[in-house]
Design a protein around this ligand. Structure first.
Ligand code: HEM
Ligand code: HEM
Length: 244
C-alpha cells in the first residue's frame, strides 16, 4: 500500500516538475528584453558572456561582491547540494562508474555542509532586521523543506539506517514503470515525502532562480550597444512596418 502511494506520488511529482519547468522556461524564453541593460563592467563578446555566466553559476561572483556572509552560506549550501545529488545518482543507475564510487564519501560529508549553509541562511532571516522585514512565508518554507530533507537524510546515514539496496530497487523500478517494495522506515518516508514536495513546488516557487538566472538580461547581454543596435523583436517588427 505504502509502496503504491509513494510510487504514484513520485510519478506525479516528476510529471509536475518536468512539465512545470518546461512551461516556465518557455515563458522566460519568450519574454521580451527590450532594453540593453548588462550590469557593467560587462563582457564585450559572446564568449565573455559565457564566461561571466559560468562564474555566476560556479562561484556566485556577484553575490560575493555584494555580501560575503550570504555568499559563504549560500555558496556552501549550493555546492554541497550538487555533491549530495551526485552521490544520490547511485540509486538511479544500475552499474556504478568509478567516479560515482569516488564521490561517495565526499557526498556524505557534504550533507553536513548543506545543513550548515542552510542554518546560516535561515538564521539571517531571523537575526538581520532588514532581511526579517522582507522575508515571506515561502522564504521560510523552502528553507524548512530543505532542512527537513537534509536532516532526515543525515539521520538515515548515521542514526536510523534504512535498506538502501531496497530503496535503489524501488527507484529503478519507478524508472521502468514498475512498483517494487519500499522500506517503511518513517525517516525514509519523511525524506522521500520532502523530496516529492520539493519537486512539486519547484516550478511555482523561488527555486526557479536556477533556470531564471540564465534569462537575466543584466547578466546575459553583451556590452556592445555602439557596435550593434539593440532592437527587441516587437520593436523590429514595428520598424519594419513603418519602413514599408
Ligand atoms: C543554477 C543553479 C543555481 C544557482 C546559480 C543558484 C544561486 C543562488 C543564489 C545566488 C542565491 C542567493 C542567495 C541570497 O542572496 O540570498 C540562491 C538562493 C537560494 N537557492 Fe539557489 N541557485 C541554484 C540552484 C538552486 C537549487 C536547485 C535549489 C534547491 C533545490 C536552490 C535553493 C536555494 C534556496 C532555498 C535559496 C534561498 C536561501 C535564502 O535566501 O534564504 N538553488 N541561489
Ligand atoms: C528520490 C530521490 C531521493 C532518494 C531515493 C533519497 C534517498 C536517500 C537515502 C536512502 C539516504 C541514506 C543514505 C545512507 O544511509 O547511506 C539519503 C541520504 C541523504 N539525502 Fe537523499 N534521497 C533523495 C533525494 C534527496 C535530495 C533531493 C536531497 C537534497 C536536496 C537529499 C539529501 C540527502 C542528504 C543530505 C543525505 C545524507 C547524506 C548522504 O547520505 O548522502 N536527498 N537519501
Amino acid at each position: 500500500m505504502l509502496s503504491v502511494i509513494y510510487a504514484l506520488l513520485f510519478w506525479a511529482a516528476t510529471a509536475v516538475l518536468v512539465a512545470g519547468l518546461a512551461a516556465r522556461i518557455r515563458k522566460y524564453a519568450r519574454t521580451p528584453a527590450p532594453l540593453k541593460i548588462p550590469t557593467t563592467p560587462a563582457p564585450t563578446t559572446q564568449g565573455g558572456v559565457v564566461l561571466r555566466m559560468l562564474r555566476e553559476v560556479v562561484l556566485f561572483e556577484s553575490l560575493f561582491k555584494s555580501n560575503k556572509w550570504i555568499w559563504l552560506f549560500g555558496w556552501t549550501f549550493h555546492m554541497a547540494m550538487w555533491l549530495v545529488l551526485l552521490r544520490h545518482l547511485r540509486y538511479f543507475v544500475v552499474d556504478i562508474p568509478w567516479w560515482l564510487a569516488f564521490v561517495q564519501p565526499f557526498g556524505t560529508y557534504a550533507g553536513f555542509a548543506m545543513l550548515a549553509g542552510l542554518a546560516g541562511l535561515w538564521a539571517r532571516r531571523f537575526l538581520v532586521e532588514r532581511i526579517r522585514y522582507i522575508s515571506s512565508p515561502s522564504d521560510h518554507l523552502m528553507l524548512a523543506l530543505l532542512v527537513m530533507i537534509v536532516g532526515s537524510g543525515l539521520m538515515m546515514r548515521f542514526v536510523a539506517h534504512t535498506d538502501i539496496v531496497a530503496v535503489k530497487v524501488f527507484m529503478l523500478g519507478l524508472m521502468r514503470l514498475r512498483i517494487e517494495t519500499l522500506p517503511s522506515d518513517p525517516v525514509l518516508l519523511v525524506h522521500l515525502g520532502g523530496v516529492a514536495a520539493l519537486m512539486i513546488v519547484f516550478p511555482v516557487s523561488k527555486l526557479l532562480h536556477a533556470p531564471g538566472l540564465f534569462f537575466s538580461p543584466s547578466r546575459n547581454q553583451v556590452d556592445n550597444p555602439r557596435e550593434q543596435r539593440h532592437l527587441a523583436p516587437w520593436a523590429a517588427k514595428l520598424e519594419g512596418a513603418r519602413d514599408g
